[in-house]
Design a binder for this molecule. Structure first.
Ligand SMILES: *[C@@H]1O[C@H](CO)[C@@H](O)[C@H](O)[C@H]1NC(C)=O
Ligand SMILES: *[C@@H]1O[C@H](CO)[C@@H](O)[C@H](O)[C@H]1NC(C)=O
Ligand SMILES: *[C@@H]1O[C@H](CO)[C@@H](O)[C@H](O)[C@H]1NC(C)=O
Ligand SMILES: *[C@@H]1O[C@H](CO)[C@@H](O)[C@H](O)[C@H]1NC(C)=O
Ligand SMILES: *[C@@H]1O[C@H](CO)[C@@H](O)[C@H](O)[C@H]1NC(C)=O
Ligand SMILES: *[C@@H]1O[C@H](CO)[C@@H](O)[C@H](O)[C@H]1NC(C)=O
Ligand SMILES: *[C@@H]1O[C@H](CO)[C@@H](O)[C@H](O)[C@H]1NC(C)=O
Length: 855
């Protein structure tokens, strides 16, 4: 950014949340809408919203995540409602712990924010089966998401259940609660065509049903062009500035704006540069939008078997402004906060009228919101993906970098440009081993183990002719289904011949381990985009009887697409070639089936079996073997911060801590080796494949263990390893320090005119601001130069002009959560008069007493 000659006021938000935007709890509020915006108590509002899914964090994390969202400038928290976990058995409801929806909504209320409740009950969400309970699939005659009486009656019953739960707790706005908006169905417009007439009727029915529930707040349907009145159809996408609602009486609302993308096992990690995300948001408000939601603002973790799929990873980080652990991700969080504040400063103008657009040249335009003919706010946009430009607007020249928007709350002064990131950065955004983590690991002798049975293990196995579809067979009570049969080889014929035979197994998905005579002979798997696969391997058969055991695995039930609910999984063809009769098709033969693993049935993951004699004691702990259960006790890293377990030495499986599943792991699945860059060009249209990192590496090695699941003393870790790993290299990590950086130029001085900043802004001189995460403080200043410093965060070096200003920052910052230092020669001295100087500063944030180690 150095050398960018932009007339930019560096805005510093002294009051992070502007007063007057908090609503009063317990006071009845009316929520309606007009063509422009949501109207709350008669006032049109400009709102920023963010998705936080309550079960993807633990309840103890909710208050701090929500308060960081509020500090980041959000007004609304959005969540889906997860039917399958709320009604695991038909008629038996569960609203406890991570699924305590009432507590979550009340936590948002306590923070003074609004709620958008997207009930669905289809939610997609990369959540198992899109949020549908699996039992729904087995109601005779049911067809999902179409005009089917059985489906509609179940869906209506659950919608009523949730609406009544909220009403009984007075959580709707008219009752004095925080809920201002609700959603029925989800992105149905994307698939409606596949459901023919039934689909059209279903949309009408869903709308009528929602309205009949009398929530007293508006309903939305996202990606639903034909949403019937009064339901507002809303936009989902990376950009929504071209969006208009389906009637002129509805506002333009954006329900899913992706700050990154979800992660699937076997794929590189997607990320989205904040300059582009901010550009998308600014363009939306520039062209008349009034409500926008980040999907996700905090992504969190797919604990247990909640991940959808197929093959959705356990981390649902999403490159969101708050990372998987709830830490602030910079500069994303800070740049968006600055953007939200700039947009809030235009609120009075944005709600007043529709913008008038003015062309400023090729791929250059302004949108102006007038209150009166000489009182306005403006957005200046350069949507060219390559060429920077100078534009003239109302007689003044402005520099507009390519793919950027400048915001002028008074039609004159630029308070924010989407491409100019002045927010602080963080050096170690990922939760990996480094100087600032404390870790503990376990000796190999610490591990007890249990060898899982290969093939049928229980009296509840059964025989069927042919290959059964997996979901219909397991009802998703387990990821696993054993398909076993025997292959008889005629001794007389085979004895002298080469006994190598080709085995070909096809599967609808998602993975399978194959054993011949109880020895592993192959492992096959699909991927998120196509979970089907064919596993071909050479096997040797003994004369006489041979066993064939196939362990078919599911890795998250499908959650998206037309008729996704009836797309099957499991083995669908088994063929041998080269055996005595040439080809032998085993697909239609008799197979014995066993649902689940013996260890699951024994409950090996439960702490109550911790001292069971089932477990074999340490010493010769087997490594690199398939189907082994491991158990060890460990002491958690001290402190209160989140803990992560590094499973990079393991293959594929599931892990439990003190009986709680922390999710599926699969570090052995590496992503493709090419197509990644750490410095993705933010300019030009973004898509989920544009900016990827960690090519050729495991998709996920670090797995979140929430603090409340850990004891102060001993904890039990149990792993079920499916394909082979080495548990002795497992370690536990917590973050104890983090480097933060800020840099700012003197040329970022405010213009010398009369514009006076409004509440929340100071613009006397630029301020360098450093802030640690909540509960952390600045422990030391690692680098601070005023002059012409070079390099970037983590690698700053002094330039030819250099004043070491570390002591000034030390005095202002050390021991505090945050601090700001004015950039001026008066304050910092002047090492080279006449030269445009800047400040670069790097500091260490630290938690608790560990600070002392770094002084
Ligand atoms: C809807 O709810 C409101 C507020 O609880 C109530 O006053 C109104 O009578 C209800 N309307 C209908 C049609 O039930
Ligand atoms: C914009 O104007 C500045 C100041 O006149 C000039 O230095 C710069 O080169 C111009 N940039 C472009 C892209 O025209
Ligand atoms: C082969 O072994 C299986 C499993 O032990 C048994 O069920 C089957 O009857 C045997 N077949 C023959 C031909 O011996
Ligand atoms: C599951 O069973 C039902 C009922 O027999 C059948 O209609 C459906 O096609 C089966 N699903 C799959 C994926 O095979
Ligand atoms: C094997 O048999 C099944 C069921 O009888 C049949 O659907 C499939 O096409 C056969 N496969 C081959 C390769 O012959
Ligand atoms: C297992 O044994 C350890 C050590 O003796 C003990 O602390 C722990 O409470 C026991 N756990 C159970 C579930 O019995
Ligand atoms: C693990 O076992 C597989 C097959 O049994 C073998 O190919 C591989 O080299 C082994 N890996 C290690 C690290 O021992």
């Amino acid at each position: 950014m150095e050398g960018m000659n932009m007339r930019t006021i560096i805005v510093v938000f002294v009051i992070l949340v502007l007063e007057g935007y908090c609503w009063e709890r317990g006071v009845s509020t009316t929520v309606t809408y007009d063509h422009k915006a949501l109207v709350i108590d008669g006032k049109r509002r400009i709102l920023q919203s963010g998705s936080i899914h309550y079960p993807r964090a633990t309840p103890d994390m909710w208050p701090s995540i929500i308060s960081k969202a509020k500090e980041g400038g959000l007004d609304v928290i959005e969540s889906y409602v997860f039917w399958n976990n709320h009604e695991p058995v038909r008629g038996q409801y569960y609203f406890e712990d991570r699924f305590d929806l009432v507590r979550f909504v009340k936590t948002v209320e306590e923070a003074g924010l609004y709620v958008h409740l997207r009930i669905g009950p289809y939610v997609c969400a990369e959540w198992n089966y899109g949020g549908f309970p699996v039992w729904l699939h087995f109601l005779p005659g049911i067809q999902f998401r179409t005009s089917n009486e059985i489906f509609k009656s179940e869906m209506k019953r659950f919608l009523e259940k949730v609406v009544n739960l909220m009403k009984n707790e007075n959580l709707f706005a008219s009752q004095g609660g925080p809920i201002i908006l609700a959603q029925v169905e989800n992105e149905y417009g994307n698939v409606e065509g596949s459901y023919g007439d039934g689909g059209k009727q279903y949309v009408k029915w869903a709308a009528e049903t929602a309205v009949s529930l009398n929530t007293t707040v508006p309903w939305v349907m996202c990606s639903q062009r034909d949403a019937p009145d009064p339901i507002i159809n809303t936009c989902n996408g990376f950009y929504c500035d071209g969006f208009t609602a389906n009637t002129p009486s509805k506002p333009a609302m954006w329900t899913e704006n992706y700050p990154g993308w979800f992660l699937a096992f076997g794929y590189p990690i997607p990320y989205r540069p904040v300059e582009d995300l901010a550009f998308a948001v600014a363009r939306f408000y520039e062209k008349g939008g009034t409500f926008q939601n980040y999907y996700m603002y905090f992504g969190g973790t797919n604990f247990g078997r909640t991940a959808g799929g197929p093959l959705t990873a356990t981390s649902y980080d999403y490159d969101a402004p708050l990372d998987e652990y709830g830490f602030i991700r910079q500069p994303k969080w800070g740049h968006l906060r600055d953007l939200h504040m700039a947009i809030k400063h235009c609120e009075d103008y944005l709600v007043e009228a529709d913008p008038s657009s003015v062309s400023l040249g090729m791929n250059l335009e302004a949108h102006v919101y007038y209150k009166t003919s000489n009182d306005c706010a403006a957005f200046l946009a350069n949507y060219d993906s390559k060429v920077d430009s100078n534009v003239t607007f109302k007689g003044i020249s402005y520099f507009l970098p390519a793919w950027s928007v400048s915001i002028l709350p008074d039609c004159k002064n630029v308070v924010f440009n989407t491409a100019k990131v002045v927010s602080q950065k963080t050096l170690d955004v990922s939760f990996t081993h480094n100087t600032f983590t404390s870790e503990s690991s376990l000796a190999s002798s610490a591990w007890d183990w249990y060898k899982e049975n290969v093939g049928v293990w229980g009296s509840n196995s059964f025989v069927a002719s042919g290959l059964l579809e997996q979901i219909n067979t397991t009802k998703d009570t387990s990821d696993f289904l054993w398909y076993t049969t025997s292959i008889h080889v005629d001794e007389k014929i085979e004895q002298d011949q080469n006994k190598e035979v080709a085995l070909s197994i096809s599967s609808l998905g998602h993975a399978a381990l194959v054993f011949v005579n109880k020895r592993p002979v192959g492992f096959g798997y699909g991927n998120h985009d196509d979970a089907s696969f064919v596993l071909k391997t050479k096997i040797s058969l003994n004369p006489g009887n041979n066993t064939l055991d196939v362990l078919s695995m599911m890795i998250g039930m499908k959650n998206y697409g037309s008729w996704f609910d009836i797309q099957g999984a499991g083995v669908n063809s088994v063929v041998l070639t080269g055996s005595k009769n040439g080809k032998e098709n085993l697909s239609a033969t008799k197979w014995t089936y066993q649902v689940g693993l013996e260890g699951e049935s024994l409950g090996l993951y439960k702490t109550k079996l911790q001292n069971s004699s089932l477990w074999r004691r340490g010493n010769a702990t087997p490594t690199n073997q398939s189907l082994i259960w491991y158990k060890a006790t460990f002491l958690a890293p001290s402190g209160k911060d989140p803990v992560s377990v590094d499973l990079s030495s393991m293959g594929k499986g599931q892990a439990w801590v003190n009986g709680q599943s922390i999710g599926r792991y699969w570090p052995a699945y590496h992503s493709r080796s090419t197509g990644c860059t750490d410095n993705c060009d933010y300019r030009g249209s973004y898509n989920a494949w544009k900016c990827l990192k960690k090519c050729g590496q495991p998709t996920q090695t670090m797995y979140h263990i929430p603090r409340p699941w850990l004891n102060d003393g001993e904890n039990v870790l149990v792993l079920h390893e499916e394909i082979g790993g080495d548990p002795s290299k497992i370690s536990f990590v917590t973050r104890t320090g983090q480097e933060i950086c800020a840099s700012l130029s003197e040329s970022d001085l405010p213009p010398s005119d009369t514009w006076k900043p409004k509440v929340g802004f100071t613009s006397e001189v630029p301020l360098v601001r450093l802030t640690c995460d909540q509960g952390w403080h600045i422990a030391s200043i690692r680098f601070a130069s005023f002059g012409t410093p070079k390099g970037d965060c983590g690698a700053f070096i002094p330039g030819t002009c250099h004043a070491n200003v570390a002591s000034i920052f030390q005095q202002a910052c050390v021991g505090k959560q945050g601090c700001s230092v004015p950039i001026s020669a008066a304050n910092l001295g002047d090492p080279c008069p006449g030269v445009v100087k800047s400040v670069a500063v790097q500091a260490l944030c630290s938690v608790g007493d560990i600070t002392l180690n770094y002084h």
